[in-house]
Design a protein around this ligand. Sequence first.
Ligand SMILES: CC(C)(COP(=O)(O)OP(=O)(O)OC[C@H]1O[C@@H](n2cnc3c(N)ncnc32)[C@H](O)[C@@H]1OP(=O)(O)O)[C@@H](O)C(=O)NCCC(=O)NCCS
Length: 257
Amino acid sequence: MEICDEEYKRSDISSEGVNNMGEILFREPSLEEFEAVQEVFHDVWDMHIMRETYAAQVFNKNASVIGAYLDGEIIGVISSFMSINKRGKKRWEVDLLAVKKSVQGKGVGTRLVQEAIKRGEALQGDYARALIRIENIGSQKAFERAGFKKQEGIYNLILWQTWSFKERLREVQDITYLPMDTLSYRGLWIEDLFSRERSHDEYKMAINYAQQLAHNEKRDNTGATILNEDVSKLPRSIVKQSANHGKYNWWTVDLKA
Ligand SMILES: CC(C)(COP(=O)(O)OP(=O)(O)OC[C@H]1O[C@@H](n2cnc3c(N)ncnc32)[C@H](O)[C@@H]1OP(=O)(O)O)[C@@H](O)C(=O)NCCC(=O)NCCS
């Protein structure tokens, strides 16, 4: 769940408006356009995306990659996919958003978020959500202008390495493990950790079980977004083994309104 996680080298934001650009078209790039899509992420974060998960998202009806095109060139990308929570709600996960540095600050990001919302509506999602770093003002503004609202609570994005345990592990009641194949990583999200009172042993078992499951499925890591006040409920040993990837807010917009 490293959604929007990477630090990026900020360029000078141009004060020119969107009117100074030619017409921008939005469409789903094809499989053959992998390199052009990759180029956007490379420009923004020096980041590589995975060809296999790109292909999977292009073909998956419950995921979408949308490109913003100017004069036939891809200048921005947004990727999203559907996940279902344990109450059966369909969540449109707006995952990665990037606009090439030379055209940032001209409204392209906002329009890509609007396009992603339309796609989530068409797929009958209940709501869309995005996890945005608290320092990422540009991203927050783009999502806010497109209709997203910031949810209460500051969450830590906490990740654990995958691991193969010798002892037999058991599943812990009422915990949801969601496999996530995104453009940049294959992870396993842990949800509902704090939906009820749990003992230290239960927390440990729940995390270890996720590490094992992620290992068996050859995933990159396993993780959860955890409220500041909930981190202290976890056993110290489990926190010590984790990597904290920073502080985030959840942003959401209702798709059924
Ligand atoms: C975040 C990002 C996608 C926004 O796209 P964009 O095309 O630049 O956004 P927009 O032009 O639609 O801007 C929306 C608002 O944010 C502001 N803004 C954009 N980037 C900003 C920045 N880095 N700092 C402060 N404000 C910023 C714009 O001025 C505009 O403000 P306004 O509503 O007051 O006019 C783009 O800057 C980007 O690719 N950043 C690097 C990657 C990233 O952080 N992605 C998001 C997390 S996955």
